[in-house]
Design a protein. Structure first.
Length: 155
């Protein structure tokens, strides 16, 4: 999440200006709600344009990823779950914008995704028509053994 820090110099004049601004703006929650809606809309537009907030294009997909995707042209959009989960919340006078998807953090902050190697059991037939042939393979799911998310925020 982003944070706005306001440093005040010349406190007397600043306090009176802030008080006047507060009176002119009215309810703080209304302003925060409008900012939240604008940030969610801006994020949605970046999914369409596939650009970062500063206008830089997103990193292109790896050819292997393109082969696996149904929607070959869109980055970060397979079913739209991440894009559709961007929302804002007001907690008192605090505005938070983000997603509840665990994998959202790796896209926002970067990091290394560690996925354990896939294991398989392959059986070779020993009798009759299956002698010397490979049988059906069993695959274990690729989930972290610790039960924790494989996504880690880097510092």
């Amino acid at each position: 999440m982003s944070r706005l820090v306001l440093t005040i110099h010349g406190l007397d004049k600043t306090q009176s200006a802030l008080a006047a601004l507060k009176r002119a703006l009215g309810d703080k929650k209304t302003i925060l709600r409008q900012i939240g809606e604008a940030l969610v809309a801006s994020t949605d537009e970046r999914f369409v344009s596939m650009q970062s907030p500063d206008g830089a294009p997103w990193k292109p997909l790896h050819p292997r990823t393109i082969r696996q995707k149904r929607n070959k042209q869109k980055i970060l959009t397979e079913r739209g779950l991440l894009r559709g989960s961007i929302h804002y919340e007001l907690n008192g006078d605090t505005l938070e914008v983000g997603t509840d998807r665990k994998y959202g953090a790796i896209h926002q902050f970067g990091g290394v995704v560690k996925i354990p190697a896939r294991t398989q059991t392959v059986k070779v037939g020993t009798k009759g028509k299956n002698k010397g042939r490979f049988m059906k393979a069993k695959t274990k799911p690729r989930t972290p053994s610790s039960g924790r998310s494989p996504f880690r925020r880097t510092t």
